[in-house]
Design a protein around this ligand. Structure first.
Ligand SMILES: *[C@@H]1O[C@H](CO)[C@@H](O)[C@H](O)[C@H]1NC(C)=O
Ligand SMILES: *[C@@H]1O[C@H](CO)[C@@H](O)[C@H](O)[C@H]1NC(C)=O
Ligand SMILES: *[C@@H]1O[C@H](CO)[C@@H](O)[C@H](O)[C@H]1NC(C)=O
Length: 594
């Protein structure tokens, strides 16, 4: 191993200690906001945010946020330590408001700007004591009378709809842009909540993960540790109210002094033109974003851009390869982290499919382990002493990481029950406490670590665990398949669940029964092969991925429950056949053996 290799593997740790640990010792306390103020000193006139045709320098952002902070002070609705709710889309005002609140020593709850009525009220209740809500022009229609009882409402628009709202813009225009006294944030400590980020819960209502000041300080290092500097231009198309946009993109540019090209919403068709127009060098992705880019019509200019790095998570191997082939040499930094979790990995090596590499030092600092998981009972396997069992290399296990001072788990706001569910006790010793990530990962013999599945996304058939993403990766390799969603369905009289795939075909393509059969037999063990395939003409894009799966699981393989075409893997005929009501009956009566 060369020195550079060792350094690059541990770059993240290096930065972590350099920035985070040394800053944490500073007095008065060094906050993420202080890093922004340092940037205002060093590069006042440099572009900080570019949005549509507007450009704001670091100094502009400083002044704008001072005005907002001073307006809120004059209104005397917030005291240091209070929480305000931001209900805004991606726009410069979002950034200014956040900075203003940080200057006032207030925490900030970032609401998903797409949520409506019931969820909105639930989310506001979730961070009790939120005395102020700031919404942007576009969101004001959503605000119901009911909310007025809970909180004071400010709108970043001049025109207001009703008298229970106040215009923050008008107030800010009349306010001074003088610096906000630092004494206002004197009581902020490293354990004070800084932001609340809502993670969508399985129940549909939202849980707010608490990001405290320490966590925020650690987040600053993410982009910097990936070699991003002040000469970079970052394209932020992911929502600022969520982890990727806020903690990685926004905080990252505060740390590095780079420029953000902010976009209200991700658009696959505009993506590369905007990257070219602004000389973007760094892009961010989550889940499907890069797939959408690959699905746009090919253009001769596909490789003409200055993008050198893509950072994000949830990139599948097939899309990863396709993306590099199509758009040229771009370093992909796939990482694993969760908003509320206490351990993370970054793939610096560019090994396709992996989320990082396991290192001794990392494991020593953030003690984590992969433990055996019983997917049927949905809980970790316990040995005779009631403790968890670590899996050997090459096998999939549940990622758990010890809750320590350096790797704390803060939990969810106002939700002790959900918080407790994420704590796993008696893992390797009686009385120890680990964070249950709910994710299944695998470490290979070269120490690369791979994300396999969310816990709910694995099913068990014939005594074997089937990871749905692995199966859908295989099916997506077929060139007539655009997307495959894999899940397990119950069959009366059988233990576990049998594999089924909902498949969306490429435009103008047919489903090839024989080819699919040969393909799944070649790449998948018997128990993992989807016995049922459902051809979906359209995918309900309003539902989340989870909801979508749930609906599919409920619909099962009964041909009378859907108008979609269903196919059945028929062993004797060595092909997929149309799933007729007669075959369905024979399966239920067990005259067809599964
Ligand atoms: C925001 O809310 C919308 C509508 O409920 C949902 O579809 C979307 O997944 C949410 N986004 C995030 C990042 O949670
Ligand atoms: C916040 O951060 C500190 C580290 O400074 C940590 O020990 C603590 O558990 C965190 N959570 C809360 C709720 O303060
Ligand atoms: C992008 O780079 C080109 C070539 O270096 C330069 O001429 C152009 O002005 C840059 N555009 C922006 C928006 O910075």
């Amino acid at each position: 191993m060369t020195i550079t290799f060792i350094i690059s593997q541990h770059l993240w740790l290096f930065f972590f200690f350099f920035f985070f640990v040394s800053r944490r010792r500073r007095r008065p306390l060094f906050l993420a906001l202080d890093r922004f103020l340092e940037q205002v000193e060093t590069r006042p006139n440099k572009a900080f945010i570019v949005f549509e045709n507007k450009r704001f320098s670091f100094k502009d952002a400083d002044r704008e946020s001072n005005r907002i902070a001073n307006a809120l002070r004059v209104a005397s609705v917030l005291r240091p330590g209070d929480t305000a709710v931001l209900f805004m889309q991606n726009e410069p005002g979002f950034v200014f408001c956040w900075l203003a609140l940080a200057k006032l020593g207030c925490a900030c709850a970032l609401l998903n700007s797409s949520i409506r009525a019931r969820s909105l009220i639930a989310s506001v209740r979730c961070c009790r004591g939120a005395s102020v809500l700031i919404a942007s022009e576009g969101e004001k229609q959503t605000l119901s009378k009911e909310l007025t009882g809970l909180t004071r409402i400010f709108i970043t628009a001049e025109e207001l709809r009703s008298s229970h709202m106040r215009s923050l813009i008008r107030a800010a225009q009349e306010s001074s842009d003088a610096d906000v006294p630092q004494t206002l944030r004197a009581s902020v400590s490293c354990t004070s909540p800084a932001v609340y980020i809502y993670t969508s819960g399985t129940t549909g209502l939202h849980k707010a993960a608490v990001i405290n000041q320490t966590r925020l300080l650690a987040a600053l290092a993410v982009l910097a540790s990936n070699g991003i500097t002040d000469s970079d231009v970052i394209y932020v198309t992911l929502p600022l109210y969520h982890t990727a946009g806020f903690l990685v993109g926004f905080m990252g540019s505060i740390e590095t002094g780079s420029t953000i090209i902010l976009r209200r919403k991700f658009s696959a068709s505009q993506f590369w033109d905007e990257c070219r127009a602004h000389n973007v060098t760094v892009i961010q992705y989550i889940g499907e974003v890069l797939r959408y880019l690959c699905n746009t019509p090919q253009r001769t200019s596909d490789k003409e851009h200055a993008v050198r790095l893509a950072i994000g998570n949830g990139l599948r191997s097939d899309v990863w390869r396709e993306f590099l082939k199509r758009f040229g040499h771009i370093q992909v930094r796939e990482f694993y982290a969760s908003t509320e979790g206490n351990v993370g990995f970054v793939n610096y090596a560019g090994k396709i499919g992996a989320v990082g590499r396991v290192s001794f030092l990392h494991k020593k600092l953030f003690p984590y382990a992969l433990v055996q998981y019983d997917t049927e009972r949905d809980e970790p396997v316990r040995n005779s002493r009631g403790l968890c069992v670590e899996v050997p290399k090459g096998q999939t296990g549940l990622l758990v990481s010890k809750i320590t001072e350096i790797a704390p788990f803060v939990g969810y706001a106002q939700n002790e029950q959900q918080t407790e569910k994420k704590r796993l006790r008696d893992v390797f010793k009686h009385g120890d406490v680990y964070f249950n990530s709910g994710d299944l990962l695998k470490i290979d013999h070269d120490n690369f670590i791979y994300f396999q599945d969310r816990v709910g996304d694995t099913f068990r058939w014939k005594g074997e665990n089937v990871a749905t993403t692995e199966v859908s990766d295989i099916i997506s390799m077929l060139d007539f398949v655009e997307e495959a969603n894999v899940y397990g369905v119950r069959v009366p009289g059988h233990e576990g669940r049998i594999g089924m795939a909902a498949v969306k075909l490429m435009d103008g393509m047919e489903f090839e029964c024989k080819e699919t059969f040969d393909h799944v037999c070649r790449f998948l063990p018997v128990y993992a092969r989807p016995r049922f395939i459902r051809i979906q003409s359209s995918v309900d894009i309003t539902a989340t991925f989870k909801q979508l799966k749930l609906k599919l699981v409920e619909a099962g393989f009964n041909p009378s429950m859907t108008t979609d075409s269903l196919y059945f893997l028929c062993e004797p005929e060595r092909t997929y056949v149309s799933l007729t009501p007669s075959i369905y009956q024979q399966i239920l009566s067990h005259s067809i053996k599964l």
